[in-house]
Design a protein around this ligand. Structure first.
Ligand code: ADP
Ligand code: MG
Length: 407
């Protein structure tokens, strides 16, 4: 594909415009990155107040499967991406008939389905060197029964819907065969995977960007702390993980992206499990076909962010290897921050937080705070890991964030 240069104007007088399906915070930060380079942007999202729609040149307010909305997006844009993991694959296919779309419908389809995703991880395990944990597919009552009798090795485990889960939603932890049956009913009897509950010692993720020409760059793995299934803290600095383990995760993520002929930014999540070895074993968990919450620190701690790389990859620009210039800790700001212990609404003490050196506040423009809703994030950078940790602890204390002991 020939590059779409920022600031260019085509023969019809149209200015170089990049489009994104989905108007959430990932779309908003993508729009910011594209605009900074000089592109015009278009967002398709039904919500008039969507975080990305609020800051984009164009905002098409239709559903993701609306033919007129998709046609308008294709007409406005020279290339299109997605920020919404559950975007209908059909929408990407429709757009791809007339425009470069990255990532493509086929790979997004794989990442949207845990069964296909695990099959892909298994298919590249020989090259990536990393497998997924033990699991069973449960799509039918017969498979449920078989799992109850033949796969007791997977208990205690987690039953996860194959599709549409995020932030720990669509998952039920089960200890016994009876609980498994109840959980499957509770999840509506839809296609699921039963995963063995693994003894996690850590979690990490790797961001990879791959261009149309196959060029690949990646960030060093970040270590992630989840609270109640939602990302709470990301540690991004040298020494956050044993170096040999970090190297393996990075190589595995790159080979997973290559094996998919992926174009754009891909995030691969890994578990570190206690397998009796010195640093623990590495297990691949899942992948997100887009920039990821765990990569938000790259905005403030690296010379190119995950969103910059998404712009470069989809527009066919060169992909220089990003460099992290500061150690960083990212704190997720969920809706809880806007409520006190008694459930009363409060204004977070931004004055105190912003007086701390090296804090970078990103709010997503969402009006209504709700428990578990991602409202923003705070990245702390500094000259060394110790000072980053000190400031991050202070900020987390001021905001009443969970996971303080993990900083
Ligand atoms: P989501 O799509 O919600 O991110 P994940 O599969 O990543 O779903 O699960 C969310 C979190 O739940 C993980 O980050 C991890 O903390 C925990 N978890 C998920 N699967 C397992 C497992 N098999 N063993 C132990 N912990 C798990
Ligand atoms: Mg996850």
């Amino acid at each position: 594909m020939s590059p779409i240069y920022p600031g260019s104007v085509d023969a019809a007088g149209q200015r170089a415009t990049l489009g994104v399906l989905g108007g959430g915070q990932l779309g908003r930060m993508f729009v910011h990155a594209a605009q900074r380079l000089g592109y015009f942007t278009a967002v398709l999202d039904p919500d008039a107040q969507s975080p990305a729609g609020l800051v984009s040149h164009h905002h098409i307010r239709t559903g993701y499967d609306d033919p007129a909305g998709l046609a308008q997006l294709a007409q406005l844009c020279q290339a299109i991406t997605t920020e919404f993991e559950n975007v209908p694959a059909q929408a990407l296919q429709t757009l791809a008939q007339t425009r470069p779309v990255a990532p493509g419908a086929a790979v997004v389809g794989i990442a949207q389905n845990r069964i296909e995703e695990k099959a892909h991880f298994a298919a590249c395990a020989a090259v990536s060197g990393v497998s997924c944990g033990p699991y069973a597919v449960i799509e039918t009552p017969a498979q449920l029964q078989a799992a109850q009798t033949d796969r007791t090795d997977l208990l205690p485990g987690i039953l996860k819907t194959a599709r549409l889960g995020y932030d720990g939603k669509g998952q039920i932890r089960v200890k016994t065969a009876a609980e498994l049956a109840t959980a499957w009913t509770e999840l509506g009897g839809v296609a699921c995977v039963l995963e063995k509950m693994l003894p996690l010692t850590a979690e990490c993720s790797v961001l990879v960007a791959r261009g149309w020409d196959g060029q690949v760059v990646s960030f060093a793995p970040q270590r992630n702390v989840h609270v109640d299934g939602i990302l709470a803290v990301t540690h991004a600095y040298e020494g956050n993980l044993p170096p040999a383990l970090a190297d393996r995760a990075r190589e595995a993520a790159v080979s997973i992206a290559q094996h998919l002929s992926y174009v754009g930014v891909l995030c691969v999540e890994f578990f570190v499990v206690d397998d009796g070895s010195e640093h623990g074993g590495l297990v691949v968990n899942e992948m997100a076909p887009r920039p990821h919450n765990s990569g938000h620190y790259t905005l403030d701690a690296c010379d190119a962010s995950q969103f910059d790389l998404q712009v470069h990859a989809m527009a066919g620009l060169p992909l220089p290897q990003p460099r992290q210039h500061s150690p960083a800790i990212m704190l997720n700001l969920l809706g809880e921050v806007w409520f006190d212990a008694g459930g009363q609404r409060r204004a977070p003490d931004w004055h105190a937080v912003l007086s701390l050196a090296g804090t970078h506040l990103h709010l997503y423009g969402k009006e209504h705070a709700r428990a578990g809703r991602k409202m923003g994030h705070l990245t702390v950078t500094g000259p060394d890991v110790a000072s980053v940790k000190t400031v991050a602890r202070r900020a987390a204390g001021l905001l009443g964030l969970p996971g303080l002991e993990a900083i």
